[in-house]
Ligand binder design. Structure first.
Ligand SMILES: NC(=O)c1ccc[n+]([C@@H]2O[C@H](COP(=O)([O-])OP(=O)(O)OC[C@H]3O[C@@H](n4cnc5c(N)ncnc54)[C@H](O)[C@@H]3O)[C@@H](O)[C@H]2O)c1
Length: 220
């Protein structure tokens, strides 16, 4: 991993950090359209966030806003990118070469965003040695020696839920410092290790709630 300058993320609340990807995506879109400045009220209209909330959020890391000018899209995007660590490159491995593992292995945008998915592991002898996206599936039994040899920053867990915690424990014991878990069970890691538990179904449940509310509203 190529490290950047001093990080200010320690000073920013987790709630603000959760909103930063949304700002980043929005600013990326503006940049793509050739827009170089934006006001908080315009951002508010287009992002569906409260303007004072936006100003408070962006003030957390220096603001970059100027009265009567707004925010410089390029500067703000660069700063958010730096806070999120997106100005660095990461080597990533996947544990579990099933449906999700294979799909993530084939997702080309990770590479463009700096997440270089280098290898995929499984414990099924029928899968080990087969090819996915031009990569040979590695035997999980070789993970220890593999990690001694390679510099890996992030591991993605794509095993069935029953094996997620043991996979996380194994990865952490071999020195992995960041775990992205797709199994529908929160995995716990020790201090000093970062974890994000992804629950795809949570979003679906919220959609289900919204649909139910809409149906109620229209009296269907
Ligand atoms: N498929 C989906 O759309 C989806 C959506 C949301 C969440 N998930 C979750 O993602 C996880 C993977 O789902 P999937 O559909 O890819 O399952 P899958 O059964 O297709 O693949 C799981 C893979 O993990 C491997 N595996 C099992 N134990 C292992 C271990 N200890 N070490 C290494 N590899 C191991 C299996 O051999 C298999 O290849 C599950 O926890 C699932 O609930 C899947």
């Amino acid at each position: 991993m190529i490290t950047g300058g001093a990080s200010v993320s320690e000073k920013i609340s987790p709630a603000v950090i959760r909103r930063l990807p949304k700002y980043y995506r929005y600013l990326e879109e503006l940049e793509g359209k050739g827009i170089d400045k934006i006001s908080s009220s315009q951002m508010s209209l287009e992002m569906g966030l409260n303007a004072s909330q936006i100003r408070r959020d962006l003030n957390c890391f220096g603001g970059f806003g100027q009265q009567g000018y707004g925010y410089s899209v390029g500067k703000l995007k660069k700063e958010i990118s730096h806070i999120l660590g997106l100005d660095q490159r990461y080597n990533v491995i996947i544990i579990g070469a099933g449906r999700i593992g294979q799909a993530l292995m084939g997702y080309k945008n990770f590479m463009l965003e700096g997440f270089n998915v280098v290898d995929i592991f499984d414990n099924d002898p029928l899968k080990v040695g087969t090819e996915i996206e031009g990569r040979e599936v590695q035997n999980i039994a070789m993970l220890d020696s593999y990690l001694k040899d390679k510099s890996i920053d992030i591991a993605i867990i794509c095993t069935p839920k029953e094996y997620a915690q043991q996979s996380a424990d194994l990865l952490v014991s071999f020195g992995i410092k960041a775990v992205w878990n797709f199994a529908p069970a929160d995995v716990a890691v020790r201090r000093g290790v970062a974890v994000e538990n992804v629950h795809l179904s949570d979003s679906l449940y919220v959609l289900s709630y919204k649909l139910k509310e809409k149906i109620k509203g229209t009296g269907i």
